[in-house]
Write a protein that binds this ligand. Structure first.
Ligand SMILES: [Zn+2]
Length: 245
């Protein structure tokens, strides 16, 4: 038994794995995940309640800007609930639970698993991971930036760096929630600027929580391309329909 496997066995004994969705005990042992493996964080019942996405899921994105977009699941039911609890943890002990983040991470991993069309390839899919930045005011109000946590998890799984300064939010962009397709595009236009990192020739993986029309991703991709990035990929935890938001 390797040192790492021994460590995981000890961890299972101390903290038996539970479902991130419903806290039921998981039969599956915790193992060190491989690069694209889905972590077994959800029980079969919770997995059955998720509308998982496939690579065939079409996100109507401008492919001249973004080569490929992959999503974890439909933004509905338990997925909507997990994302809400992850983004708005609330006060008190319930807000400290790592469960919503673990459930959301499982969805993110599902999106990452579909990113590479050639899983045998051993070159990385991208040079770095870039979170969609929130406006400063919103980070202050919330106390953390959900996309930064997602980017860190994606980067750890892909063994890539996070390019924290590749992209910055310009000004106080209002939330996209409740806006029409046209209004979202207008709202997202010019919302980002490329930061101080050198992006020349880079392939970058954008990470966001929810994609609806793709206007935010496109705007971010435009800024990164303007900063010299050559190729943009994107992963999102969930895909919402315009009427869901
Ligand atoms: Zn469960």
């Amino acid at each position: 038994m390797s040192f790492r496997a021994l460590g995981h066995a000890a961890l299972d004994w101390l903290l038996p794995p539970v479902c991130a969705g419903c806290r039921a005990a998981l039969a599956l042992p915790r193992r060190a995940p491989s690069r694209f493996e889905c972590s077994p964080a959800l029980c079969p019942r919770c997995r059955g309640r998720v509308s998982w996405s496939s690579p065939a899921e079409v996100v109507p994105i401008d492919h001249a800007l973004i080569a490929r977009v992959r999503v974890g699941a439909r933004y509905e039911g338990v997925v909507e609930e997990w994302l809400r609890r992850f983004k708005y943890p609330g006060a008190g002990p319930a807000g400290l639970s790592p469960a919503p983040a673990a459930a959301v991470e499982t969805l993110l991993l599902h999106a990452l698993a579909q990113l590479d069309d050639d899983p045998e390839r051993d070159t990385p899919v991208a040079d770095a991971v870039v979170p969609i930045p929130s406006p400063r005011r919103r980070i202050r109000e919330r106390g953390f930036q959900p996309t930064a946590l997602l980017a860190r998890r994606a980067a750890a799984h892909l063994r890539l760096p996070v390019a924290w300064h590749a992209l910055r939010a310009r000004g106080a962009r209002p939330s996209q929630t409740g806006l029409s397709r046209v209004a979202r595009r207008r709202n997202a236009a010019g919302a980002f600027a490329s930061g101080r990192s050198s992006l020349a020739g880079a392939t970058l993986l954008l990470v966001d929580d929810v994609v609806t029309t793709g206007a935010t991703l496109e705007s971010a991709a435009r800024a990164l391309r303007g900063g010299g990035a050559e190729r943009i990929l994107a992963v999102c935890v969930a895909r919402a329909r315009l009427e869901d938001t």
